[in-house]
Design a binder for this molecule. Structure first.
Ligand SMILES: [Zn+2]
Length: 375
């Protein structure tokens, strides 16, 4: 997890980097803010930065032995504490009991909620807590000498899930930690933490990600269509966990490809009745969604034309597996005779949707013109 992988949050990240440069990192930090703001990702990137053997002013190097171990979450001086669920057998559980599930979830994506985590433990609908036994574990781990780094780092995710007994046992540790120890508490409900704990931490508020930063990240990191990214950012309201869920929910490409394939097949078959149904369905979508589909269609038309023109093995054609399967048969139908007209019609439809035209008419017109142009 690099700082550069985190959408926005520049002020917070600058402040953290600065504290390292000036050698004044507090021994206990409390990162707090809403779900999906990047608290955990920032904590992880910060821990990696502190431990890096060749960090720059900007970020960790990514190649030293410390960074390599961080990237697998197996650095011996990096410890995690998180809420866990008791097993049916009643045997005592601590974070280490679920460490392999935790690592695989975090490595898959640093954007997760308590829900994601309880599902990963495969014990959903149960209360996840940081049990008393964990306090003894924390004390034991931090009493060891650090193995490889200058710092031992303990990231406690959702410390509000500790009960008072656990918290009280930890107090002294946070108050007078062993030398070269850093606690990073990552909290979503900091008002539920004991004041005796919070008063001993330096507080760092991590606000919701701005919509502009979130949408730019979706375009850059996930290769999302800008119109769709803006739409998702608006719905997610600064919550990256929610944004990732939305991205998965509507598998953009699959839905668009299906719509595009139906238009081209029924157009070729001159099946007017199905074309009318197609245009009604498409007209019922939101305008942003319609524009996203039209951009997608323009891309497919272009890729198919190039495939036709340079041969299907050409590496300049960028298609997913299902798009490729469809295009292998379809590409001869997009050629010098219709490429310009198709481009013009789809661009025109886009402009009309944007200027609030009647979408029923726009898509019926587009479907009939496509039928004529495709043969
Ligand atoms: Zn490094």
């Amino acid at each position: 997890m690099n700082f550069s992988h985190i959408p926005g949050q520049k002020a917070v990240i600058d402040r953290l980097r600065c504290s390292v440069a000036e050698n004044r990192v507090s021994h206990a930090l409390l990162f707090y803010g809403p779900e999906g703001s990047g608290k955990f990702a920032i904590a992880l990137a910060f821990a990696r930065y502190i431990s890096c053997e060749k960090r720059t002013a900007e970020d960790a190097c990514g190649v030293c032995p410390s960074c390599v171990k961080y990237d697998k979450l197996i650095h011996p001086d990096l410890h995690f504490v998180f809420p866990v669920i008791k097993k049916k057998s009643g045997t005592e559980v601590v974070s280490d009991t679920y460490l392999s599930q935790w690592r695989s979830m975090v490595l898959k994506s640093p954007w997760f909620s308590l829900n994601t985590w309880t599902e990963a433990m495969e014990v959903a609908n149960e209360q996840a807590l940081i049990p008393v036994a964990e306090a003894a574990e924390i004390i034991r781990k931090l009493s060891l000498k650090s193995f490889e780094s200058d710092f031992k780092i303990m990231i406690i995710w959702l410390p509000e899930k500790m009960n008072a007994e656990t918290a009280n046992k930890l107090l002294k540790m946070i108050e007078e930690p062993p030398a070269r120890t850093l606690f990073i508490l990552v909290s979503e409900e900091d008002d539920r933490l004991l004041p005796t704990i919070t008063s001993r931490c330096q507080h760092i508020r991590i606000p919701a990600i701005s919509s502009a930063d979130l949408s730019a990240h979706l375009v850059r990191a996930a290769g999302m269509d800008p119109a769709r990214a803006e739409e998702i950012a608006a719905i997610a309201n600064g919550n990256m966990v929610r944004a990732m869920e939305l991205t998965r929910e509507d598998d953009n490409t699959t839905v668009h490809l299906d719509r595009f394939t139906r238009l081209m097949r029924t157009g070729y078959a001159r099946d007017i009745q199905t074309l009318v149904t197609w245009s009604e369905e498409t007209a019922a979508l939101g305008r942003e969604r319609q524009k996203s589909f039209l951009s997608y269609a323009l891309r497919m038309i272009r890729e198919n034309f190039i495939m036709n023109f340079r041969g299907k093995e050409n590496k300049l054609v960028y298609l997913t597996q299902p798009e490729d399967e469809f295009s292998l048969k379809f590409h001869p139908f997009i050629n010098e005779n219709n490429i310009n007209a198709l481009n013009r019609e789809f661009n025109l439809a886009y402009a009309h949707v944007e200027s609030n035209g009647n979408t029923k008419m726009i898509f019926l017109d587009l479907a009939l013109k496509t039928m004529r142009l495709i043969r």
